[in-house]
Structure formats: structure tokens, C-alpha cells
Design a protein around this ligand. Sequence first.
Ligand code: ADP
Length: 519
Amino acid sequence: MYKRKLYLFGLLSTFILLIALASAAVSAHLTRANLKQSQLAQSLLSEHQQLSSISYRLFKQLTDELIFGKNANQAKVRNKQQQIQQSLVRIKQFELAQREALGIEATQGSVEDTDELEALIAEIVNEFRAIAQSNDSAPLYEQQRLQTLLESTIDNQFREAINSAVTRQTRVVSRINASIETLNTSIVWFTICLGIITCPFILLGCFWLFNSLYQPLTVIRTGTDAIASGNYDYRLPETLDDEFTDLVKALNSMITRLAEHEDKADAYRKQLEFEVETRTRALKEANSKLTQIDAKRRQFMADVSHELRTPLTIIRGEAQVTLRQRSATNEIYQETLETVLEQAINLSKLVDDLLLLARAEMHEFTLDLAKTNLKTLLEQQTSTWQKVTKPREFKLEWAVNRNVIVFIDEGRLLQALTILIENAHKYSHEGQPITLKVSSNNDWVTLSVIDIGDGISSGDLEHVFERFVRLKRKGDGMGLGLSIAKAIAEAHGGKLEAHSTLGKGSEFMLAIKASPDSE
Ligand code: ADP
């Protein structure tokens, strides 16, 4: 846990700081105590010097008394004595305080010597008084007692006492100075040792903390680089400190979601590409169909024009030739009119056929539907067809045992069957029979026109239902018969199909729905 590592490092740093602070506090305390003692010693020194100076001035005053008489400046003497007394009191206080701080060993003799010094000063003053009151009539410089006092007591004893006190305090001061020096040296070494010991720890701690931060950051950076380059399979390791593991988990789940989005986008893109491809293909097919339809339409227009022009040319030619003849007889006019009528009938038939096909194409082919017994209808028509197919044999065959009722436009159905029978007649030879076979399969009734004539090749068979297609130009057909028959079948909701083998014959099957009323 990175937070715990930070706390640990902070704790270590605080501990080291506390040690440094404690050592600083201890050294400050010791230094202050030493300084205080040093000041005390300095005060004692100066106090002793002052005592010495006042004492000498007192002794001089007392000497003056001896020399100049009793009344010589008594007030000054008392003042000096008072000052000496105060100085001694202060010295004793300082010495007691010093003893208390430094111990009896370091201050040995100080308090005792001061008592002796006080006694010595009192003794000297008393001796002066005693000399002054003595009846010695000898001159002062000859008095033994005065000599002893001045030379032995004041010069030697008093000065020595003062000197020894000064020496003692000088010793104390130098000891304190030595102690301060030692303390300073100790502080310097302690600081150096503390630095030497703690510096590696702090450096190691910094390195440790830096690594703990840098390594996860490197891992995260590598991961984000991989994601940025589109590698959504990359997963960051979840084995870092808790704080970074949370971040890594969040990043990993983000990558998973990104990968899902990418997959979806990929799927959508593929789907879109597929749809575009499908649509393009459909459009191409539609375009090619349209092109074919357009080509057929042009062809149809050309065929229609051609078919219309032929009878019109005949009509015009016949009329012109007849009118140009100056001596045309009634028979000639009769013949011309007959030819014109015949061509007009042909034209009108052609126009009817075209109209029928156009309506069928526009789904506007209207039928006059009625329930019809198929057997009755076909049998009535058989003799007519037999006349059409003569000398070929025409047979009506029944492969149905029941009476089939159909819902049809009788005229149109017979028209379609007649086209098929006429074709069978046209494309077969004398002696080859033609059969109209009626069969049924579930709800469907099939009327098959079968011949064993020329037949149609499989390549041509797929085009025979197209308009104006004529494979063999036999008879007066215009290539519209099968188109019309197919249109009639489809208008009845049925279909027209063909099976044929070249040279063996053909079978055209017209299928329509039987009415449920069939028995
Ligand atoms: P047509 O007026 O030429 O008969 P159709 O549309 O009726 O026009 O027929 C188209 C073509 O189909 C014919 O030219 C012919 O070659 C072929 N065909 C139609 N019926 C038969 C058949 N029973 N046997 C062989 N060929 C046939």
C-alpha cells in the first residue's frame, strides 16, 4: 500500500528529526547551564577584585588615621567597611550557588576561605584600632606591631587570600570553558554521526518511495500506450500497491468496454459493408434488367412497326395498282377490296393481340369469369379443333375421373388452347397425332397439348414465350401466340410451361386452379 509506505517514511523522518531536536535541546540546556556558571565565576572574580580594591582603600584610610590622627575621615572608613561587608555577602551567595551547581569538589575551599577572608579583614581592622589606641610613643615607622600588620598580614596573608580566590575562580572558569569545548565537540560529532547514520536511510527511503511510485506509473504508461495503439487485448497487471491496483482495475474495465465497443463497431461496419454490397448488387441487377427491358422495348417497337407496315404496304400497293389501271373491271376492284379487307382483318387481329398483351402487362387484363364444367366445354370444342388440325388426328384424353369445375373466362381459355393446338398443327407433319390431355393434381387442373412434331431445342425453349419470337417461319404467325396464351393462363392465376425435345415433339402445359365445387 503506497499510503502506508509514505506513512512509514514520514515516521522515520519524524524520528530522525526528533533525535536532532532532542540533541539540540540537550546541548542548548547544557550550554546555557555552562554559560550561567561561567557568568557566576566571572561575577565572583570581579567581586573579589572589587573587595580587594575596597579593602586596600580601607587599609589606606586606617593607615591615614594612624598617621594623621583619630579624627581623620571616620565616615569614609565606615562606608568602606559597609561596602566590604556587602561585597562579602554577595561573594558568599555566589559561592554557595556555585557549590550547589558544581559540587563541593570543584569549589573546595571557596566558602571556607571567604569566611577566613572576612575574619582576616576584621582582624586587620581591629589591629589598626589596637595600634591607634596603644600608648607606644615610638615613631610609627619604628613600631614593630605596625610593621607586622602592614608587611605580613596585609601584604602577604590578605593578598594571598584574594589571589587564591581569584586563582580558584580562574580555574573554575577554565574548567567550564573546557566543558563547553567538550560539549561543542560532542555536539559536532553527534551531528556528524547522526547525519552519517540517517542520510543512507533517508536516501534509501526516497529511492524506495520513488520506485514504488515510478514502477506503477511505468506499468500504467505501457498499458495506456498499448491501448492508444489499438491493442485492446492488453491487460494491465493488478499486482501493484492498492491505490494503483484500483486505478489499473478501472483502466482494465475501460479497455474491456472499449474492446466491446470496437467489436460492435466492427460488426456494424461489416454489416453495413454487406448491406451496401447487397444493395449495389441488387441495383446492378435492377439496372441490367432495366437495360434488358429497354432493349426489349426497342426491339418490340421495331417488331410492331414491322408487323404493322407489312399489311399497310399491301393495302396501299393493291389500292394504288388498281387505281392506276384505266380499264379496271369490277372483278379487279372486287379482288383488290378482298385483299384490302383481309389485310385489314390481319391488322385488326394484330392490334387486338398487342392490346391484350399490353393490358396483361399492366395487370388490366379483364376476364369474364364463370363457373364452367371443363368436360362439357372441351367436348363441345373438340370437333372445331379436329377441323383445324386436319388431316392430323386430334384426341381429347382424360386422366381425371371426376367432373372438373373451373372458374374461367371460357372465350379466353379456348383462345389459349386454340393457339397451342394450332402451333402443334403447324409444327408437326401429317399423320402425327395431336392430343389434348386433361389431368389433375390436388387443386390444379392441367391441360396439355402434345404433339410428336418438330420439337424445340433446349436453348430456344426458354425464349419461345417472348413476344415476336419465331423460330421457324411456318404459316402466318407473328410470334405473339405463346405470349398471349401465357398471359391468359397467368390472368386466370395459372401458368403455362413447355417441355420439348428437338425432332421428337413438344408438350405445352396450361395449369389452372380447379374450383372446390368439382365432383
Ligand atoms: P408463331 O406465330 O410463330 O407460332 P408463337 O408465339 O405461337 O408464334 O410461337 C413461337 C415459336 O415457337 C414458333 O415460331 C415456333 O418456332 C415455336 N413453336 C411453338 N409451338 C411449337 C410446337 N408445338 N412445336 C415446335 N415449335 C413450336
